[in-house]
Design a protein around this ligand. Structure first.
Ligand SMILES: [Zn+2]
Length: 157
């Protein structure tokens, strides 16, 4: 006869295993208060949700090529592939933000100042600026995010 093993927990947080003939058998014993914690004898015993024992970690190869099983409870660190995906996602968002920005071209520095001074509508703008202009803007407290050329399709040379 097969026995069912449940992870049980008392009201004080002690976790222990309970062996039962069936689910019903567990329910029965619990209803009758027959279950008690082996540590503190508390009878408010509940079954832990043990079903979703998610195996989210992967088998990791160590240097010798032997699979090393990681602690299944630990959340696996993102793999290189996942990091690459996140980066791709980020670049896509950035590309979208660049596209959505108002292209003011060579007027970038002037327009940035006009926005700061409330003379132009507050919005995100993009354009070109010299290193000198960028430094001036920075000194004036205007933050500018440099974007890589490949994200700025309109200004490719
Ligand atoms: Zn207990």
């Amino acid at each position: 006869m097969a026995l069912k093993v449940f992870d049980l927990q008392c009201a004080h947080g002690h976790v222990f295993e309970g062996w039962f003939r069936s689910d019903d058998n567990y329910q029965e014993q619990q209803a009758q208060g027959l279950l008690s914690c082996p540590v503190c004898a508390n009878t408010e015993v509940t079954k832990q949700l043990s079903a979703p024992r998610l195996n989210i970690s992967h088998l990791k190869q160590d240097r010798s090529g032997t699979p090393v099983e990681q602690d299944k409870r630990a959340v696996a660190a993102p793999s290189e592939q996942e990091i690459a995906q996140l980066q791709a996602q980020f670049m896509q968002q950035l590309r979208g933000a660049v596209k959505a920005a108002d292209d003011v071209g060579e007027q970038f520095a002037d327009e940035a100042r006009r926005i700061r001074d409330g003379e132009a509508k507050e919005r995100s703008i993009r354009g070109v600026a010299s290193t000198e202009e960028l430094r001036e803007l920075h000194d004036e407290g205007i933050d500018v995010m440099p974007i890589p050329d490949f994200l700025d399709d309109d200004h490719l040379h």
